[in-house]
Ligand binder design. Structure first.
Ligand SMILES: Nc1ncnc2c1ncn2[C@@H]1O[C@H](COP(=O)(O)OP(=O)(O)O)[C@@H](O)[C@H]1O
Ligand SMILES: [Mg+2]
Length: 245
């Protein structure tokens, strides 16, 4: 396993997230939302649990998780965004909130009220930070308690969106994938290498994760053809093969 820690400064360009996204990106997220709602099976009295992964760090998992959660919430869904990257938490930085308490602290104190923050972006979006950095994130995320936590949350929310660490670097996301109704794989324009993406998909397929599709993050054409970027800025491909139902 490669080294993976908080060694890259997280730069948030003018906080251009949620409502401040460029028009083309907002449109692409709307399309992503529609595709997701068609791809997931509705569960009686339970919301859907969606994991966001990618091959490597910096592909835009956190950025995608956040904007997807926002886009679902403004469409009148109750959404909770969880920071499941216990090695490089990010959600606290986007929202300038304390990372502790958060997800990992629920494991230590499961009967206590969950540490849920309200998002400043929109009313129906809540946040759970990563919490105290644990020594064993992989074990926590794949544990039975994780299943219980997600189960509890899915009975209160229409969507539970989890921002996860990179597949090719740490095993955390693969271990937890069995608890998700669907997984979205982020691939970043001019960054993600084909062989790394293939490897991530190979690993997800091996654990029978239900891959909903790939988000092609960060692609935008400039200039007078800008309007044409509507469908291309973030590209979502339905790719439901190989996963369990
Ligand atoms: N489509 C995008 N447009 C602008 N900035 C982006 C985009 N995707 C990611 N970023 C920025 O790139 C950096 C890495 O993204 P992040 O979501 O933290 O990656 P990951 O979670 O995969 O490590 C962050 O500073 C983020 O704000
Ligand atoms: Mg991240």
């Amino acid at each position: 396993m490669k080294k993976y820690k908080e060694d890259v400064e997280i730069f948030i360009p003018n906080k251009k997230i949620g409502d401040k996204l460029p028009f083309a990106a907002k449109e692409a997220y709307n399309l992503l939302r529609t595709n997701i709602s068609f791809s997931l099976n509705k569960k009686e009295g339970k919301g859907n649990i969606i994991g966001i992964v990618s091959a490597e760090p910096q592909d835009g998992k956190s950025f995608t998780s956040l904007n997807l959660a926002y886009t679902l919430a403004v469409d009148n869904n109750k959404v909770v965004l969880i920071d499941g990257d216990m090695r490089k938490p990010t959600i606290d930085k986007y929202f300038e909130i304390d990372n502790v308490p958060g997800l990992s602290d629920i494991f230590t104190n499961p009967t206590k009220e969950y540490p849920i923050h309200k998002s400043v972006l929109t009313e129906k979006m809540d946040l759970i930070c990563c919490g105290t950095i644990p020594p064993n994130p992989s074990q926590l995320l794949s544990s039975e308690e994780m299943k219980n936590i997600l189960d509890n949350l899915s009975s209160k929310y229409d969507y539970v969106v989890i921002d996860l660490p990179p597949i090719n670097v740490v095993a955390d996301s693969l271990g937890a994938s069995k608890y998700f109704d669907g997984i979205i794989v982020v691939s970043r324009h001019n960054k993600t290498r084909k062989k790394d993406l293939q490897e991530a998909i190979r690993q997800l397929t091996f654990v029978q994760a239900k891959i909903l599709g790939i988000v092609y993050n960060g692609y935008a054409r400039e200039g007078k053809y800008y309007y044409r970027t509507k469908k291309n800025y973030y590209y979502y491909e339905e790719k439901n093969k190989g996963g369990k139902e």
